[in-house]
Design a protein around this ligand. Structure first.
Ligand code: FAD
Length: 276
């Protein structure tokens, strides 16, 4: 069994069945002793109550829960109320994000960038929360330039972020170079790689086109070749992602954060492979 520190990300289910499924997923992943479970938040507060309910349920199980908060299209009052509610419930860690305006809508609200949210959380709640922010080894799709994106991370750190979780990537070199550039620019917080297991090429290509994570040509072509043979595709995906995780931990990545999509099977296989 490996000794890498782990965390797992969930989305808040919409149905009672989804909540039941997530309970099972959580029970299976809890055996890896994660540092925390995080729960995503729909931009503009669309999942506010579901995120809160999921987070509180995790916490009641005696596990550390970290709600995501995205600030785009939210007012300061809404974020203040949310922070107070989490503080009152004893939540100690947040993932602070800008979020994306749903297509066809125009951004409204009091925040433009995540850096403003981080500064607001610190101004309102001091050092109560450990604040995670997002980082992009292959750069955010809206970034004007790589250096501008890196400096944005620095602004988030200067505003009070304690650590960062990256967008997923399959090219470990992008992460290594990014960490070196961060260090050269005085960004010294832990930057934890976000790991996306491979379940399905169509879904992965859709996510990647939105978030700017590259699927390397060799990987895309190999995955496409499996066609409808999902069993072989997943087995290959487990090999590829296990190797990525091993490379990252051997290099010294501080921890691994898994985008679970509320599933545990493939991730359990990957974790069991690390350090074998
Ligand atoms: P920011 O750090 O604000 O950056 C956004 C863009 O603005 C970047 O291109 C940056 O370079 C640019 N920028 C920043 N400041 C300036 C400036 N002053 N002038 C010009 N450009 C600037 N989304 C959700 O809605 N809910 C979630 O729960 C969620 N969880 C996530 C978890 C992780 C680990 C990650 C990596 C992403 C997550 N996202 C989530 C997606 C995220 O909200 C999007 O990637 C969003 O587009 C950017 O959010 P950010 O916090 O990185 O924004």
């Amino acid at each position: 069994m490996n000794t890498t520190t782990l965390s797992f990300e969930f989305f808040p289910p919409k149905t009672a069945e989804g909540m039941d499924n997530l309970r099972q997923t959580r029970a299976e992943l809890a055996k890896f002793n994660p540092e925390f479970f995080s729960v995503t938040f729909g931009a503009g507060g669309s999942t506010r109550d579901r995120t809160m309910d999921t987070v509180l349920e995790i916490q009641q199980e005696g596990l550390q829960a970290a709600p995501h908060i995205s600030c785009i299209s939210s007012s300061k009052e809404e974020i203040r109320n949310l922070l107070q509610a989490y503080q009152a419930q004893g939540i100690k860690r947040l993932v602070a994000l800008r979020g994306d305006v749903p297509s066809g809508e125009v951004s409204s609200g009091d925040f433009r960038y995540a850096m403003e949210l981080v500064a607001f959380i610190r101004a309102e709640t001091g050092q109560h929360f450990h604040i995670e922010v997002a980082a992009y080894p292959e750069f955010h799709p809206e970034a004007r330039a790589p250096t501008a994106d890196l400096l944005n991370l620095k602004r988030k750190v200067d505003a009070g972020a304690d650590s960062a979780i990256t967008q997923y990537f399959y090219n470990a070199d992008a992460y290594f170079r990014f960490i070196e550039q961060c260090a050269a620019n005085g960004i010294n917080i832990p930057i934890v790689p976000g790991i996306m297991p491979i379940y399905n090429i169509t879904q992965l290509a859709r996510f990647s086109s939105v978030c700017g994570a590259e699927i390397p040509r060799w990987l895309k072509m190999r995955l496409e070749e499996y066609g409808d043979d999902m069993v072989s595709l997943r087995a290959f995906g487990i090999d590829v992602v296990s190797e990525l995780c091993e490379t990252l931990t051997a290099w010294g990545a501080p921890s691994l954060h898994f985008y679970t999509l509320n599933r545990s099977g493939v991730i359990s296989n990957i974790i069991e492979n690390i350090g074998e």
